[in-house]
Design a binder for this molecule. Structure first.
Ligand SMILES: [Zn+2]
Length: 295
C-alpha cells in the first residue's frame, strides 16, 4: 500500500518539479526578453533624442549663419554706399585742391617721364589705366603703385562698340582690367574699386547704356569719376600753349578740380606742359591730391 502510494507521489513530484522548472525558465526568459526590449526601447529613445538635438542644433546654426550673412551684406552695402558717396562728393570741398588724372596708359614713352616729374615735385596723382596697356607694361604699373599714386581702372579695350555693348560688358571690362592690375602687381587682393568711363560716364550715343553701367558698377561697390577740367590733349589741342590755355579756362575758380589728361604713348606734350601747369596750380593755392586721399 505504502509503496503504491509513494510511487505516484514521486511521479507527481517529478512532473511538478519539471513544470516548475519550465515555468521558472519561462519567467526568467520572459524577464530577460522584457529587460532587453526595455533597454533597446530606451536606447532608441536616447538615439531619437540625440538625432532630434542634432537636427535642432543644425537648424539653429543655419539660422545664425543666415543672420550673420544678412549682417555682412548690410555692412557691405553700408560701406559701399559710404564709399560711393565720398567719390560723388569729389567736387565739394572746403580745401582748395586739385587731382591730376592720367588716362589711357601706362606707356613706355610718357608715363615714366611723368612719374619722374611727380616724384621730383612730391605730387601724388591718379592713373586710370587700360587693361591692355597694363598687360604690356606691368613694371610701370608696379612703379605707379610703389610711388604712392592712385590706381584707377579705365576698362580693357577703350573701344566704345565693345565696352558699351550693354551694362554687363562695362562690368566685364572693369573686371578684366582689375585682373590685369592684380597680375601686374602680383597681388591678387588688390582692387582699385575706381572706374573712369572712356569718353565720360554720361552723354553721347551710349548714354542709356552708360546709365545702366553706372548703376551696375555701384551695386558691385565700384565708384566712378569724371573730370571738371581738361587740357583737351585727347582731341584738338596740339600745341603747349593751347593745352595750357584749355586747362586755365576749365579750371577757372573751382574749389575742387579733377583734371583730365592722358599718358598714352603719343602724349608727350602733356608731359611737357606739366611743369608750367604745376607752377600755375601752386600759385593759385591748390593742394595736390590723389583720389585715394579722400576715400
Ligand atoms: Zn580714355
Amino acid at each position: 500500500m505504502l509503496y503504491d502510494i509513494i510511487i505516484p507521489r514521486k511521479r507527481i513530484n517529478k512532473k511538478r518539479i519539471i513544470l516548475v522548472i519550465i515555468a521558472i525558465i519561462s519567467l526568467v526568459g520572459l524577464s530577460i526578453i522584457t529587460a532587453i526590449s526595455l533597454v533597446n526601447k530606451n536606447n532608441w529613445k536616447k538615439y531619437a533624442i540625440q538625432v532630434e538635438n542634432k537636427y535642432n542644433a543644425i537648424q539653429e546654426y543655419k539660422k545664425v549663419e543666415k543672420l550673420k550673412e544678412q549682417e555682412r551684406d548690410k555692412i557691405i552695402k553700408m560701406e559701399n554706399a559710404e564709399y560711393i558717396s565720398k567719390i560723388k562728393n569729389i567736387y565739394n570741398s572746403n580745401e582748395k585742391r586739385v587731382f591730376l588724372t592720367f588716362d589711357d596708359g601706362p606707356s613706355q614713352s610718357v608715363t615714366p617721364l611723368i612719374l619722374d616729374l611727380l616724384k621730383k615735385e612730391n605730387i601724388k596723382a591718379t592713373f586710370f589705366m587700360l587693361g591692355n596697356r597694363v598687360e604690356a607694361n606691368p613694371d610701370i604699373v608696379k612703379r605707379i603703385y610703389n610711388e604712392g599714386h592712385t590706381l584707377g581702372n579705365h576698362g580693357y579695350s577703350h573701344k566704345y562698340k565693345e565696352i558699351y555693348l550693354c551694362s554687363q560688358t562695362i562690368l566685364d571690362e572693369y573686371n578684366k582690367t582689375e585682373q590685369c592690375i592684380k597680375d601686374a602687381l602680383e597681388n591678387q587682393d588688390f582692387s582699385t574699386r575706381l572706374f573712369r568711363f572712356p569718353g565720360g560716364s554720361s552723354g553721347g550715343y551710349y548714354d542709356s547704356i552708360k546709365q545702366e553701367g553706372r548703376k551696375l558698377l555701384e551695386e558691385n561697390g565700384v565708384g566712378y569719376v569724371d573730370w571738371n577740367a581738361l587740357s583737351n590733349d585727347a582731341a584738338g589741342a596740339n600745341t603747349k600753349e593751347a593745352l595750357l590755355e584749355n586747362l586755365k579756362n576749365t579750371i577757372g575758380e573751382k574749389q575742387s578740380v579733377v583734371i583730365l589728361m592722358h599718358d598714352a604713348g603719343d602724349k608727350i606734350l602733356t608731359y611737357e606742359i606739366l611743369p608750367d601747369l604745376i607752377v600755375f596750380l601752386r600759385e593759385k593755392g591748390y593742394n595736390f591730391r590723389a583720389i585715394s586721399d579722400i576715400l
